[in-house]
Design a protein around this ligand. Sequence first.
Ligand SMILES: [Zn+2]
Length: 255
Amino acid sequence: MGDDEARLIRADALQDEARTETLARARELGAEAARLRMEVLGPKPYPVLACSECWQLTGWLGSGERCDVCLASAQREAAFADPHGSFLNLEDEAPNDERPKAPAWKRWATRLGIRGPLDREREAAWNQRVDPDSTGPPRPEDGFVIFDASRGEWPAPEGDDLLVRFATLAYRFERDCWQRIIAAGGPTPLTPHAFPASLPMEQLAEAWSDYVGEVQAYNAASWAGEADAREAVRQQAKARAEAQEEQSGTSKLLD
Ligand SMILES: [Zn+2]
């Protein structure tokens, strides 16, 4: 296990421990967890701060030194608790289920059995999210799931700041295109996911590049594991086929 990995595991353990501690002790443990995470991230040209509630790293803090996620969730709870409260700022996180109908030329090509242009289009769609052989299979595969970073601008949960926020979304390859899905697991980048939009562009660009790099590293590691597992299955099947061949050869000798 690398030093960084050990630090991150320790940080998570400290936070678990904090759950059952007094407030003062919990803050100490949380701050230590955040310090370990900052150490792993290393010095950055963009702001790296720690939320005083979830102790995750962020590029923006609001009142009570809380991150946008904690503030938004506190606001939602307050809105639910208020019998007259009608303010709910729920973000539209629902996956896009719309499946546009294939254009006419595609339907005709399918009917006539002309695969060439369809295959090229399928491959182009695949390559939009997969770096073949590095973050996924070399050829398009229906059902393959990958994580991809996205970014956008949202108003901060309080105050007048506009935030640039990064998120990780899951996609499954289906019918020659990527469908957004809700998937468990996935990468949890250490790079902060929220920054004031007023930061210099170079800082935002560097943060985005770090964030995307972490998502890609996650995809590459999970594909490396999957590729090894597939290769092991292939080798087993090959050995089995060879053994069967040998045995059938033996029985022929009896004739
Ligand atoms: Zn937080």
